[in-house]
Design a protein around this ligand. Structure first.
Ligand code: GAP
Length: 461
């Protein structure tokens, strides 16, 4: 990976902190590995991603139903889904001297050895054959399975009965509500249930900024189909995912579809495509997953709970639907959006940094400024314009810090597509023909034009 690309990621992480997108979790206490906090602009960008996803996959379609299930679920859910077993484990090795724990497959990869889908025995032999040591140079223990679910307890019960898990995926909340949605909404086949929410995984080695964390958000759909239709519907949804990634502003050359080989498929899947993004300093790695989960989940929940998960056709035919699952991690989407948008160029003889975010994702659509903040009549007029635009768009910034040049640079760095300046012309004090117009500056080109206040809403739309 080129040094330039590695630097790019560092610069993005630093911009995220400096400008209020993403902070280290529990930072004032030394942080907590694998957790990150979203600051004011990170929340805005995150919310915009979630809103656009919901609009595209739920609101604009007739075949999708929304859901928001509880994070704490009955422990039996995870037994039935297979998450308490070996299917949801990562291979762990320990430094025998320090006790530090590592993901065995990551250690192998860091030593240039392909490590996908290996058994514990294969991992042990590769570690021995290649004399791989811990990062501190010590011997490593034998590999063992480590379950990634966070366990907790509900209420005051001390024994096993109170044991619960924080959900490691939002998907199971959908499966356990399948019958409720059938009964309350009478959906026609094929149909999907969509959910956005937090998921938790006790990752052995959280790393690479938001890429692998212990607490994250997912946007998931379980799309229920007749078994014989799965391939046709898979192709349709695959194309919808391509449209979604375009809508995020991600360029085609930075997205790759990876058909996961059979020996690497998750325990529930018969076909999976990983949508990969070309992260700077890292290369192509998973952005979102798209899996054909067969009838594995509904069948298991039907057996374990005793509740029927059958769909009944108008002619009385009964069957357990098969499932297609597009699954998106919001942190990875946000990282990809920032990587794609991060741009350095030269303007007016100086290097400048800006985020070329699509307008529908930018935290602020527009920033409004009075040319000078110590001129009450300019400020009053600017406030008037600001209030009018805020009523229309809501994500409008008021910016009167520093001089206009500095404001432009700051707004460029957070991706605000337009800056408006209210000046003496606006008041008709210098060029009467410009009365009631403002300067609008374009983030990407730096070009400025005068636009009538009356036309601003249409212009910005
Ligand atoms: N329900 C299927 C499922 O959860 P997954 O491939 O394990 O499948 C789906 O996760 C998506 O969730 C991934 O493509 C990724 O975007 C995100 N994701 C998973 N684990 C993550 C982690 N530890 N940190 C950040 N994002 C994660």
């Amino acid at each position: 990976m080129s040094e330039q690309n590695e630097n790019k990621m560092e610069k993005i992480v630093s911009l995220c902190k400096r400008r209020g997108f993403v902070f280290q979790g529990s930072e004032i206490y030394g942080g907590l590995r694998g957790t990150w906090d979203y600051g004011p602009l990170g929340v805005a960008l995150n919310n915009n991603i979630k809103r656009e996803w919901w609009k595209l996959f739920v609101d604009s379609r007739e075949d999708m139903y929304g859901l928001d299930a509880a994070i704490i679920m009955n422990a039996k859910v995870w037994e039935a889904s297979g998450h308490t077993g070996a299917g949801f484990c990562d291979p762990l090795v320990e430094d025998v001297k320090t006790g530090e724990r590592f993901r065995a497959d990551h250690l192998l990869q860091d030593n240039g050895i392909e490590a996908e889908g290996l058994s514990l025995e294969e991992i042990d032999s590769l570690i021995a054959d290649n004399a791989i040591k811990s990062p501190k140079g010590n011997e490593l223990s034998k590999a063992r399975e480590f379950n990634m679910m966070f366990a907790s307890r509900v209420g005051a019960t001390a024994g096993e009965e109170g044991k619960v898990y924080l959900r490691p995926e939002t998907a199971q909340g959908i499966f356990v509500n399948f019958k409720n949605v059938l009964d309350s909404m009478s959906p026609k086949m094929p149909f999907g249930i969509a959910q956005i929410g937090k998921a938790f995984r006790n990752e052995i080695a959280p790393r690479e900024f938001l890429f692998r964390v212990r607490e994250f958000e997912q946007m998931e759909i379980e799309y229920f189909v007749k078994e014989e239709d799965w391939e046709t519907e898979f192709e349709k949804l695959r194309k919808d995912i391509v449209v979604w990634h375009k809508h995020l502003g991600l360029s085609e050359e930075n997205i790759r579809e990876y058909d996961v080989p059979e020996n690497d498929l998750a325990h529930y899947s018969k076909r999976t495509i990983d949508f990969e993004y070309n992260y700077p300093g890292k290369g192509f790695d998973e952005l979102a997953g798209f899996a054909y989960r067969t009838d594995h989940d509904l069948k298991n929940h039907m057996e374990a709970s005793g509740t029927t998960m059958e769909y009944i056709e108008p002619d009385g035919a009964r069957f357990i639907p098969h499932v297609l699952e597009p699954s998106f991690g919001i942190g990875r989407a946000l990282t990809a959006v920032l990587c794609e948008a991060y741009t350095e160029d030269e303007m007016n003889g100086e290097v400048r940094t800006y985020l070329k975010l699509p307008v529908h994702l930018a935290p602020y659509r527009v920033a409004v400024s009075p040319l000078l903040k110590n001129k009450p009549h300019l400020v009053e007029k600017a406030r008037e314009v600001f209030t009018e635009l805020k009523a229309e768009f809501s994500n409008v910034a008021w910016d009167d810090n520093g001089n206009v040049g500095k404001r432009y640079r700051r707004q460029d760095e957070i991706g605000t597509p337009y800056c408006l300046v209210i000046d003496f012309d606006t008041l008709g004090e210098e060029a009467p023909e410009n009365k009631d117009t403002v300067t609008v500056r374009n983030r990407d080109t730096g070009e400025q034009e005068r636009v009538a206040i009356a036309d601003l809403v249409g212009y910005l739309k």
